[in-house]
Design a protein around this ligand. Sequence first.
Ligand code: TXA
Ligand code: MG
Length: 347
Amino acid sequence: METRVLEIDPLEDCRAAYKEAAALLAEGKLVAIPTETVYGLGADAFNADAVAEVFAVKERPHFDPLICHLPNARAVHEIAEVPEELRGLVDKLAAEFWPGPMTLVLPRKACVPDIVTSGLPTVACRVTSHEAMRGVAKALGHPVAAPSANRFGHISPTSAAAVLKELGGSIPLVLDSGACSEGLESTILAPCMDDKGNPAVRILREGPVTREKIREICRVVKPSKRKDAEETAPNAPGQLKSHYAPAKPLLLCNPRGPFQPQEGVSYGLISYKGESKLAEMDCWTQVMPLSPGSGRLAEAAVRLFAVMRAMDECEDVDVIVAEELPTVGLGAAMMDRLTRASADRNS
Ligand code: TXA
Ligand code: MG
């Protein structure tokens, strides 16, 4: 199959492109669509066969449920039943973070096919700030079920070129709006009642909406072991130990060092600012800084997956070493991805 790339500029009128993408989805086909976090591989969420094709193309296990992308926050009520006691909190979170990089896991309605939720009683709802995904969902008239547009376990794509490397030849269309502005997958929250009977959230995946920002709105409770086993254990491969992984081994190292290189192995360093003790060692065939300009976490987050991909493609790098990042703000989500990328693939 030939994969067509259709460039779009959301500053201009893109309705014709969104209609074209929606028409393919309505026929049961798949389209890669940008969001502010990463590119998604979209299917009509109400077409179980099309959703099955998403799992096939990604080689994704069926126990890993998909996120439903909605044109606006009101549409949540078409697929989810928000419990009375959580309505105030859900409205507050939606007002604060939607459209934006937050996903809410809520009790599902029967109209959502089992295959979308992997048979769970909940559905993941997201209203992205990227006009393309919202525009396509609106033109389709159904939610768009879309995981990240990469093969299962690989690095998420933050550009159309990265989507083509992952899925080129397997899907008919990619909408290309350039690089994603956030670069890390959405924060996934499960609203719940805490042990005192107050509305709170559990963080199922760290992301651009940081723990600090969420705490300004509500209490964050730790995933209880029993509940977690029930609700997220088999079904959140974003939470699997090995995920977001380059093909090459990746090691994490303190930026102050020490790092002991092995003879005969060539190492590439992913450095936060490119100015650490570690970066000054002479054992690197490549040093790629995440935030060469501002030295800020937001810039590092936008570049993280693209830099991991670039290192993976360097012929003179056998093993990737990444500096540990401060686990505050966006650093927590980045360390989550790097830790999973470094995990033993057999674990
Ligand atoms: O930023 C994002 O969230 C991107 C863009 C495309 O929207 N999507 C994304 O999808 O990262 P994916 O499929 O790669 O990761 C979605 C995660 C999965 O790890 C899945 O387990 C979790 O969301 N998830 C989906 N439905 C869930 C549910 N009902 N309960 C718990 N976790 C769920
Ligand atoms: Mg993914």
